[in-house]
Design a protein around this ligand. Structure first.
Ligand SMILES: [Zn+2]
Length: 125
């Protein structure tokens, strides 16, 4: 019996007991964990699947694999926020709040992120 493919997002082997996948460019790709699945879904949802097409190596830190554009561009602040919400839904609280903090760094008055981080109470004047 052939081994399962490695995780399409991070390249790690996929445990036999898990069943995560995301449809990317019309193909169902296997994922190793809910975190990879969440990130891959965010990438697809934001039309960033070019990331997969153009990358030439797996990321060094697999679990944090993110397209550079998503991680650094202020224009993608809503994508970061979406990713935070996805992480939160997947149960990755620490990663979710890191995302929301990043959103606030880029856009200090982002209403959704303020609410998620609980800083909306200290109302800006
Ligand atoms: Zn993975």
């Amino acid at each position: 019996m052939a081994d399962k493919e490695p995780c399409y997002h991070c390249g790690l082997p996929i445990p036999a007991s898990v069943d995560f996948s995301v449809e990317i460019d019309g193909q169902r790709r296997a994922m190793c964990c809910a975190g990879c699945q969440a990130v891959a879904q965010a990438i697809v949802a934001n039309g960033l699947t070019d990331y997969y097409r153009h990358r030439d190596a797996m990321p060094e830190s697999p679990r944090e694999a993110l397209p550079q554009v998503l991680a650094t561009s202020p224009a993608n602040v809503d994508a970061l926020f979406l990713l935070g919400q996805i992480y939160k839904a997947a149960g990755f609280e620490a990663r979710a709040s890191a995302m929301f903090r990043r959103v606030l760094e880029l856009k200090p008055r982002h209403a959704g992120a303020l609410e998620e981080t609980g800083t909306s109470r200290s109302r800006p004047v």
